[in-house]
Write a protein that binds this ligand. Structure first.
Ligand code: KG4
Ligand code: ZN
Length: 338
């Protein structure tokens, strides 16, 4: 009997995205990535919000067109309320409010981090959804968290970074090596050709299930400075080995904490999300965990794992049935917690 269409809108960082979901199935998933930041080696908040402002209407229009529906057929508008960059969030929030008001349909606020986790519940042929409770590790350029998920909206952050996100560790290391931004994919590519044990970087000691990546970045910087002083061609001559060693260290940090989290909670269903889950090293490590520790692991399709609006739409869909709607004066929140 249900026949629900929901539009999801995501604008928390540097991707303007819109998606239409119909009863848990994604009909369209449109994303406009902002190339402008590459030249700056990182996201420039002011430029990001301006680009969102330009992209938001065309992106939503395309999402509706690809889904082959008219906006009048929508039942609700779901949007990312936070966390993220305030100037970026404001664009999606204001647009979503106006559209919901104009169409006289409910507005649904979505936590971006819950979106990354609930992306696992998008209907996908051949994809097994994780059973509750499971552990979700969200790893991207903006976040690094381990979350215990007991139900759709019963989540507890049990570990998170105390400084840089893991994607930043990849990107900042890449910057030291002279690689372009974002450097994660290139480090991954080169790591496959190098020796992961060529150079040793010490892992940070952080209590409990929390992470720290800023020390690693400094260690890599000092190491490179020292080696290039002795041999100006050190980077060129050893780039694949350096990348492999950095990646090996980072994956080691992630997997150590996952192992600890699984042991402490007794939960063996492990899901990952966020841009860094594209990394071949982490994917292999999860596969190894299935054999070594009896884990069952869940890695969604790439387009649902980087920042996207399909994950916002699925949360909107789940909230729609609870009538969990936002007030029309809801405010974007840069530091929104799960
Ligand atoms: O989820 P995402 O697209 O955006 C947010 O940061 O929210 O993640 C982007 C991050 C960047 O830091 C990028 O370097 C990293 O994901 N990344 C990777 C790989 N692909 C993307 N890091 C390591 N290996 C990869 N294959
Ligand atoms: Zn994200």
């Amino acid at each position: 009997s249900q026949n629900i269409f929901i539009l999801g809108i995501e604008s928390s960082c540097d991707d303007t995205a819109a998606a239409v979901i119909h009863n848990g199935n994604i009909l369209s998933n449109v994303i406009a990535s902002q190339k402008i930041h590459e030249a700056y080696g990182g996201v420039v908040p002011e430029l990001a919000s301006r680009a969102h402002q330009q992209n938001i209407v065309p992106v939503v229009h395309q999402a509706l067109e690809k889904a082959n529906i008219k906006k009048e057929q929508l039942h609700a508008i779901a949007f990312t309320r936070g966390p993220g960059l305030m100037g970026s969030l404001l664009v999606g929030t204001s647009f979503a409010k106006s559209l919901a008001y104009g169409l006289n349909i409910p507005l649904i606020d979505v936590n971006h981090m819950q979106g990354h986790i609930l992306a696992h519940f998008i209907n996908e042929e051949g994809y097994n959804k994780p059973p509750f409770p499971f552990l979700a590790m969200t790893i991207s350029g903006g976040h690094t968290q381990i979350v215990r998920v007991d139900d759709y909206f019963d989540m507890t952050v049990i570990g998170e970074t105390i400084d840089d996100a893991v994607g930043e560790a990849f990107d900042k290391s890449g910057k030291i090596l002279g690689l372009g931004y974002p450097a994660g994919p290139e480090i991954d590519k080169r790591a496959k050709l190098g020796n992961p044990k060529a150079f040793k970087f010490t892992k940070p000691k952080v209590d409990g299930l929390n992470f720290s990546f800023s020390g690693l970045k400094t260690a890599i910087l000092y190491f490179i400075q020292k080696e290039t002083k002795a041999n100006p061609n050190f980077i060129e001559e050893n780039l694949n080995d350096i990348c492999a060693s950095i990646q090996y260290t980072i994956i080691g940090i992630l997997v150590d904490k996952l192992k600890q989290a699984s042991k402490e909670t007794g939960i063996k269903h492990i899901a990952i999300g966020g841009g860094v889950s594209a990394n071949s090293g982490i994917r292999q490590a999860l596969k190894d965990g299935e054999k070594k520790f009896g884990w069952t692991t869940y890695v969604p399709k790439f387009e649902f794992t980087t920042d996207n609006a399909a994950m916002i739409a699925i949360v909107g869909y789940l909230k729609y049935f609870e009538k969990d709607f936002a007030e029309n004066n809801v405010a974007a929140s840069a530091r929104l917690k799960i």
